[in-house]
Design a binder for this molecule. Sequence first.
Ligand code: AMP
Length: 226
Amino acid sequence: MHILFLGPPGSGKGTQSKILENKFGILQISTGDILRKAIENKTDLGNKAKSFMDEGKLVPDNLMIELIKEVFSQENFTDNWLMDGFPRTLNQAVAFDNLLSELNKKLDVAIEVDVNKDLLIKRITGRRICRNCQAPYHIDFKKPKVDDICDYCGSNDIYQRNDDKEEVVLNRLKVYKEQTLPLIDYYKKKNIYFKVDGSKNIDEITSEIVTIINKKLNINLSLKMD
Ligand code: AMP
């Protein structure tokens, strides 16, 4: 499965990616998570990316394209993946298509998670993340089952990202509108674009996404409780 999520910061695409990863073993490739790890580990990439991220700007295309090439060149790389946060510009989208065709692959489906601006701001500023496994939480909408303990990995380090603070969020939304929204037309033209209403509750959105994937790929993923 080759899936791509589009959506502004706070749309819930990270939450949905994690759910699909946990339920169906589809690898979530989150460039935001990869960059945050790189910053934490003070790698060359992390040092280059940090100032852009802190200001809510996009990291330059050449760095991002290199990063993705590296991810896809890893040995034993799974063929079941889900892009969460890449591509974010037309340049990245074209470079990604070129990379996939070199690897004899293509995207199956691009799903936009659509949410209005007021709700986005509320969601992002209340968002908290597990520093260890990057699972997303929210102070009102999605608390961990046990206070301050990550449901997935048990870590007690749940924090607010610098770029989720209100002053940076407005800039991130502006950047999304200017640079990432054009991708919708790009994927519409390829006949792989679908949209879900990201203001619904988490389970409903997951169910809509699974329905789209099943239809488009002609498969039968099931969300029935285990
Ligand atoms: P995210 O966790 O997806 O919201 O990404 C956090 C930040 O990482 C973004 O605001 C950008 O600064 C940077 N970033 C992540 N993915 C990309 C990308 N594909 N292109 C450029 N910058 C990115």
